[in-house]
Design a protein around this ligand. Structure first.
Ligand code: TEU
Length: 548
């Protein structure tokens, strides 16, 4: 049974805390910071992959599913982490990357040696003619999704980097291997699993994309998805009554997600979907900038809340992760109203129906990286697209500006703990540059403020843990036409919660749908003590009212 009082904290281990002076975060570094996480109040830590990987895609290119990259530490370190976390009431969630492996993985290497068993673990097709790939699908990281291998005169599919070969899930051996890997980590004390791009594992057919787009219609939410997920559930985590699972769903639909995360579907507990994080993509294109379309954001979040609720399915709630620019820079104001807007964005997410995820640094308002030179970027997607956009004729300045807004590295800079060298992450040069603003924006500085963002997050977390209305209440949109405010109600029996959030730097007036005399203020980022039916909201104000 899914516990609805949980809050997950995401750690990008490479950038969280270095303990052995190599500029690279590690497990012992995490152990040294567990008290901080306990104080915050979270229940789960989701770790991005720490297993052996050539690091072309920072661990999402898996070379060995069962062993840690020594730069992160040893199995003994991990066992200690599990014990120490447990003492503090924290469970571990691991990232399972099952759509693809690194081409350095033993399976792919044996495939290349001609072992049929392993060749059948991957997806191979003949080209359409000499030098012409099997179809026009595009990799998510730019270029064709197919790579030619001369000795077979065939191409293998890679929806991501050329070093990330897609696994063939129609092969029962592949499905069994994946279940075995989940069970291996379960035996080590892992109860939580995040499944990377798991809705891409069932490919429907291998025809050309008629719209000359990337081909996603043929490999997203494919015909066997639900069957594969039910099978994985039965063969692995479903046997653990305490499990917590989340699927990362790329370009998915509500129709599919109500099943993936339906209460009785026996697939997953919840889903990440990304539509609300594309409202600043012009024509849905990641590398074309536009100001966030606030009405579209409201519409999408409302549609997903209602659509999932109607079918008794469960959302993961988030603004940030290791693939997204920082929310305070993107939807808030990371200068004048950084503190106010960071709290407002947190409140908006944490009062919704679903399980909230906090990404490292969000709890004290870390901002985008604002790198000014391409040499500062590490992410394969960013460096690839840099060349592509230059070749398309954009100027260097223009492309660097786009990356400042969109690059995944915005979220991957070292955690800013204090104002010491590299923000206290490491005393040697980190694998990726620290942000220039760490002397001012850091956890220690924030926590010196009695009215800190951290304290606000602590409060939101405690509210969720103690108030059934936040865990279970029904979601109901209000003020749907308001152009500045995202507002909603949560209702449980006779209890009611009203949340209003001003997304803009101007004051704005709202008239609530009912008299709020009997309500008390549950959360405010401006020290508001009471409210009337008509309220003038301050810049980026969040106000949460509650009536028992
Ligand atoms: O991301 C899946 C994914 O498609 C994106 O969020 C991706 O970063 C974006 O679309 C590119 O424009 C997952 C992981 O979270 C990501 O870090 C990996 O790179 C990717 O899968 C491949 O494993």
């Amino acid at each position: 049974m899914l516990r609805k009082d949980k809050i997950v904290y995401q750690i990008y281990p490479k950038s969280f805390q270095d303990s052995d002076h190599d500029g690279w975060g590690d497990i012992r570094g995490v152990i040294s910071r567990l008290d901080y996480l306990q104080e915050l109040g979270i229940n789960y830590i989701w770790f991005n992959p720490m297993i052996v990987s050539p690091q072309k895609d920072n661990g999402y290119d898996v070379k060995d599913y069962r062993n840690f990259d020594p730069r992160y530490g040893t199995m003994e370190d991990f066992e200690e982490l599990v014990r120490e976390a447990k003492k503090r009431g924290i469970d571990i969630m691991f990232d399972m990357v099952f759509n693809h492996t690194s081409t350095e993985h033993e399976w792919f290497q044996r495939a290349l040696k001609g072992e049929t068993k392993y060749k059948n673990y991957y997806i191979w097709r003949k080209g359409k003619g000499p030098g012409v790939p099997p179809n026009n699908w595009q990799s998510k990281f730019a270029g064709s999704a197919w790579e030619y291998v001369e000795q077979f005169d065939e191409y293998y599919l890679h929806l991501f980097d050329v070093s990330q070969a897609d696994l063939d899930w129609t092969n029962p051996d592949v499905r069994q291997e994946c279940a075995d890997i989940v069970n291996y980590w379960r035996a080590k004390g892992v109860h939580g699993f995040r499944f990377d791009v798991i809705n891409l594992i069932s490919k429907s057919s291998f025809e050309d994309d008629p719209n000359n787009f990337d081909g996603r219609q043929f490999y997203t939410d494919g015909p066997k998805e639900h069957e594969y997920l039910k099978g994985l559930n039965r063969a692995s985590f479903g046997q653990d009554p305490e499990h917590l699972t989340v699927g990362e769903m790329s370009s998915t639909t509500i129709e599919n997600c109500v099943q993936y995360a339906g209460e009785d579907a026996e697939e997953l507990d919840m889903v990440f979907s990304f539509h609300h994080l594309k409202v600043d993509y012009k024509n849905k294109m990641k590398w074309e900038l536009q100001a966030a379309d606030f009405m579209e954001l409201k519409e999408l979040l409302t549609k997903w809340q209602l659509g999932m609720q109607e079918k008794n399915a469960w959302n993961a709630l988030f603004w940030n992760c290791h693939d997204q620019p920082r929310s305070v820079s993107r939807f808030g104001d990371d200068k004048e109203y950084r503190k106010e807007s960071a709290k407002m964005l947190g409140s908006m997410i944490h009062m919704l129906r679903g399980t909230p995820y906090i990404y490292q640094g969000e709890e004290f308002g870390m901002t985008n990286a604002y790198f000014t030179d391409i040499s500062e970027y590490v992410d394969v997607e960013s460096t690839n697209i840099y060349d592509v956009l230059l070749n398309e004729g954009k100027s260097k300045e223009e492309v660097l500006h786009i990356l400042q807004e969109r690059s995944r590295d915005n979220a991957r800079t070292p955690m800013q703990w204090d104002d010491s060298e590299n923000g206290g992450f490491s005393d040697v040069t980190p694998w990726i540059r620290s942000q220039a603003n760490y002397r001012e924006i850091n956890a220690a500085n924030d926590r010196r403020d009695p009215d800190s963002i951290f304290a606000f997050y602590q409060k939101m977390i405690q509210l969720r843990k103690t108030m059934p209305i936040i865990q279970e209440g029904l979601f109901e949109p209000i003020l749907e036409d308001h152009e500045k405010v995202f507002a909603y109600k949560r209702v449980l029996d006779r209890e009611c919660l009203i949340a209003v959030n001003n997304f803009f730097r101007e004051e704005t007036e709202v008239r609530l749908p009912e008299d709020v005399k009997g309500y008390s203020v549950l959360l405010s980022n401006y020290d508001r003590k009471d409210a009337e039916q008509t309220v003038t909201l301050k810049p980026y104000e969040t106000l949460v009212l509650y009536k028992a």
